[in-house]
Design a protein. Structure first.
Length: 235
């Protein structure tokens, strides 16, 4: 059984959905800590094509007083400024209103920003699972906070793999900095890499292809079926 592990990113890029499509079980890393004010935190930011330009698109998180970092599962979205959310919705609407699949995909945006949950992970995972289901990806989701994990770095990854009874760990492309392959070899756990190479597709609002954007861009241009075909070609 193949297991993949990842944080619940905000409207993530195509690479994450390719990773989910290769896994039998997808473990959401929600018990580890990060800083709500961290501007490079992928659970609160992603790139989109806004006004025909590659633009960082982020959501505001509440920064608890006296706390620098907190578990991902406890992070809350700051919804105090309703106008800010309306502005974000408007920005995506104006940027993609003429996209081939705008009518099918825009409800994803509306639903995210109008969700009643204050927790970031709830909104992010609803988005991820809705997109995965629309693409036709079937996968079991497990939250790391339910597993009683104690270790860190490579040790944590190995601990999670053992707890979900997987024999293969599908590792992300950027994990070389903290991975220790010898630990998996000693534990007789297969280690494979996602090796995602971003495919090009026709983006309606730019002449030169821009990679690394939110899956929203892929879906707006190709729809669910076209995005599925693109992912299946990578597997």
């Amino acid at each position: 059984m193949i297991a993949a592990i990842h944080q619940p990113d905000f409207m993530p890029w195509l690479g994450l959905f390719t990773k989910i499509s290769k896994a039998d079980v997808f473990v959401i890393l929600d018990h580890t800590e990060n800083q709500p004010g961290n501007t490079s935190f992928w659970c609160r930011r992603v790139k989109m094509l806004v006004n025909k330009q590659e633009t960082w698109f982020s959501i505001p998180l509440i920064k608890p007083e006296g706390i620098i970092s907190q578990p991902i599962r406890e992070m809350k979205i700051n919804t105090a400024d309703k106008k800010l959310f309306d502005k974000k919705i408007k920005s995506i609407r104006e940027s993609y209103s003429k996209a081939p699949y705008f009518a099918d995909i825009f409800p994803l945006i509306d639903n995210y920003f109008n969700d009643t949950s204050e927790y970031m992970i709830t909104r992010n995972m609803k988005f991820i699972e809705t997109v995965a289901n629309g693409i036709g990806i079937t996968c079991k989701y497990i939250y790391s906070s339910e597993l009683g994990c104690e270790k860190k770095s490579s040790g944590l990854m190995l601990e999670i793999i053992r707890k979900v009874n997987a024999d293969t760990y599908l590792c992300g492309d950027g994990a070389d900095d903290y991975m220790k392959p010898e630990l998996f070899e000693q534990a007789k756990i297969n280690l494979i890499y996602n090796n995602f190479v971003h495919p090009q597709y026709k983006q309606f609002n730019t002449e030169n292809f821009i990679k690394g954007l939110s899956v929203v861009d892929t879906l707006m241009n190709l729809g669910y079926e076209g995005t599925r075909e693109l992912i299946m070609k990578r597997n």
